[in-house]
Design a protein around this ligand. Structure first.
Ligand code: SF4
Length: 72
């Protein structure tokens, strides 16, 4: 299965889930090694670049990603 191209530079797990390895593993299997095109962080990486991805943006928070894309 394909892996997200941002995997090695994505800080989400180190910043937010370093004490929750089980949750991190679930999210990685679901998004990073699965439906990464639907990850809120992936969307911002692709459209605005790495520097615009908030450290705490959850992969499932597409609503927030939309707001960021709209300039919010
Ligand atoms: S959290 Fe999203 S952007 Fe980060 S590696 Fe996983 S799929 Fe890619």
């Amino acid at each position: 299965m394909a892996e997200c191209v941002n995997y090695n530079k994505c800080s989400y797990f180190v910043e937010n889930l370093k004490n929750s390895p089980n949750t991190a593993s679930m999210v990685q299997n679901s998004y990073c090694r699965g439906k990464f095109e639907q990850c809120a962080r992936f969307i911002i990486f692709e459209k605005l670049g790495e520097t615009r991805v908030p450290p705490d943006l959850s992969p499932s928070d597409k609503q927030r990603a939309e707001k960021i894309l709209q300039g919010g």
